[in-house]
Write a protein that binds this ligand. Sequence first.
Ligand code: HSE
Length: 353
Amino acid sequence: MEYKIALIGCGNVGEGFLQILYEKAGWLKNQHNFEAKIVAICDKFKGSLIVPEGIDLKKLLSLLARQQRIDDYDPTTKMVQVDPLDMIENIEADVICELTPTDIKTGEPAASYIRKALRCGKHVVTSNKGPAALFYPELIKLARQNHVFFKVEGTVMSGTPVFSLFENGLSGNTVLSLKGILNGTTNFILSQMEEKNLSYEEALAEAQKLGYAETDPTADVEGFDAMAKIMILASVILDHPLRIEEIERRGIVGLKLEDIRQALQKNERIKLIAEIENHRGQITARVGPKSLPLTDPLARVMGAQNALVFNLDPLGQIMIQGPGAGKKETGYAILNDLLAIHRNLVSLQSHLK
Ligand code: HSE
C-alpha cells in the first residue's frame, strides 16, 4: 500500500525520519507492503516544497546535509513559503507528520495543525509533546470522529516503543506507578559530567550538537520536557489527564560536578526522575533530581538512554530501556507509528472483505 505523506517541520526528527525511509524503502515494501511517498514539506526556517509525484529523498537529504533550504530542491519552481494550515487542507495526502518544535505552555502552533489535519480526514503522527500533553483526550476523540488515527509514539522515550508496548503487550494491567528517566539530554549531561569530567555547560553544548536537546534547551534542563512526557503517559496510559499545575517540577539546573561526586562517594548516582503514583485512582506526579543507590536499575541507565519502570497489577514490575533522544531514534518512532496505522488499515480491509 502506498501512503502520501506531508511533513510539517523538518528539523532533526524530520531529517532522521526521511533518512530511515530512504535507507529502508525496499525492505519496507518487501517485508511490510508499505510504501511512503513524501508529497510535501513545510518548514518555518527551511522553506516549503510540494511535489505531488513524490520527493526524491536522496536529492533532498543531500540538500539538508549541506544545510541548504528545502526550497532549493528545484530552483526553477522555487516556492514561496506556504501556510501549513493551507497546505494541510489542500494537499492530497493520507498522513500529516507534525514534527515542529514543542511549546509546552500552549501546544501551538502544532495543536492547530493537528486539529485541522484530523478534521480534514488525514491521519496524524506527531513527535511534538505540546498537543499530546495538553490536549490528548480532545485530539483522540477528534481522530475517532473523523475515522483516522492520531499517533504519538515519538513523544515519549523517542524510538523506544512505550505506547505500543503498553497497548499490545501489557494491556489488561492496572498501572500502580510509573517511574523513569524520560529526558535524554539531562541524562546525557549528568553522565558526561561524571564520566568525562565535563562542566554542565560543556555537556549541554555536546547534547545540543548531537541533536538531543530541544530547540530551547531550558525545556530539558528545567524539567519541562520530562513533565510533558509524564502528562502524556498519564493521558494515554492511565486515561487521567494532568494539568501542569498538578505536577511538582524541578530540573537539573544548578547541579555541580561536586554534587555528582559526593553522591558517588555514598554509592549513589543523581538522576532526573519522573514519576506517577496511582493511589486507588488518586494520581500524583512529580519530576526532579533524585540520588539513587547504584544498585537501583535506573541508576545504571547512562547517556541519552531513557528507562521506565511500570509497577502493574497483576503483572508486577516491568522495565523498558532504550534510546531517549536523537535524530534517527525519534525518526524511527514516526516510522513505527506509520507502520501501526498501516497494519490497522490492512486488518480493517481484510475484515471488511
Ligand atoms: N529533548 C528531548 C530529550 C528529546 O532530551 O529527551 C526527546 O524527546
